[in-house]
Design a protein around this ligand. Sequence first.
Ligand SMILES: Cc1ncc(COP(=O)(O)O)c(C=O)c1O
Length: 373
Amino acid sequence: MIYFDHNATTPLDGRVLEAMLPYLKSCHGNPSSLHRPGRIARDAVETARAQVAALVGATASQVVFTSGGSEANNLALKGLAWSLKPGHIRIGATEHPSVVESARLLAGHGWDCRTLTVDARGLIEDAALDAIAKNPPDIVSVMLANNETGVIQDVARIAALATGAWLHCDAVQAAGKIPLNFARTGVHLMSLSGHKIGGPKGAGALIADASVPLTPLIHGGGQEKGLRGGTENVAAIVGFGKAAELAASELQQRSRWLRRLRDRLEQGIEKLPGATVFARTAERLPNTLQFAVAGYDGETLVMLLDRHGIAVSSGSACAGGAREPSPVLLAMGVDPALATGAVRISLGKDNTEAEVERLLTALGRILETGQTY
Ligand SMILES: Cc1ncc(COP(=O)(O)O)c(C=O)c1O
């Protein structure tokens, strides 16, 4: 099977597995224990904290480990909101469901929640930014890179405009694919996830500036400076740390390779009759390409490609099988019929040129012969 669904999840890097194995086999200590096995586990967690911090230009003390990106987004929004009086929250119109649903919950608790509209390229509109600059809300949440289109927002500019607001940035898809610097972006909170960068599922982090008032979602034994109770998932955290270290050291070569593959794909797809590449003119992640072919349903194309041994996604994997058009594309003003045809190809560092050619050949054959599922 050729795997082109890395924005859903990446395969576990072999070097990450090696780093994790001791903590699954023999180093079984609880990081909160004082004895030697406990201290070994604590050291491993702290090494991972420094590795994750280094990937995003943060300090180790700013890293709060979570179960993944969804929990980090929930902790950012709800954790802030539970620490403040109900006020105003603004989220980007193309955010991940873990941000959208957290904001929806807060709306039921007296918060005024609205979306910041995006233009046809998926970028937050100037009018929406002017509004938050004139009248800063309490909380703003904007993703750095979109999971479906790969569109990259100018978060530093938004941070400069939204002075007075607590600013959260979902950087789950951006981390490890483009250079990232927490301090320089000017945000107060940033979400990350291990399994999008070659790490294991079940480990992520919220990078939190010390000034941010945060109420934990999980109360317990005071782990993670009291912000996330529960015995740490040591092996997964170690894996996340190793994946972050590798992503940082290989960032340039990975992104150069991914961009080369993506550009070749894009060239081939644009030649297909009836094909539209979404957000074509926006700055995008080097590994992501979303397109539709007029008259084809996205899920049908996904299943036809699956028959050819190729794994891609119809929109966001987190949207869970619903046949509704992608809300991200609808927010960009894409015609609902075309949005229903959306297919996302997300490349990984181990994909090859030959695999890209196989995808293009398979797609061409499917469309030429009018295959149906
Ligand atoms: C932009 C974005 N945010 C958050 C998440 C959730 O991350 P996790 O799967 O680690 O909960 C995802 C997962 O697809 C994502 O793409």
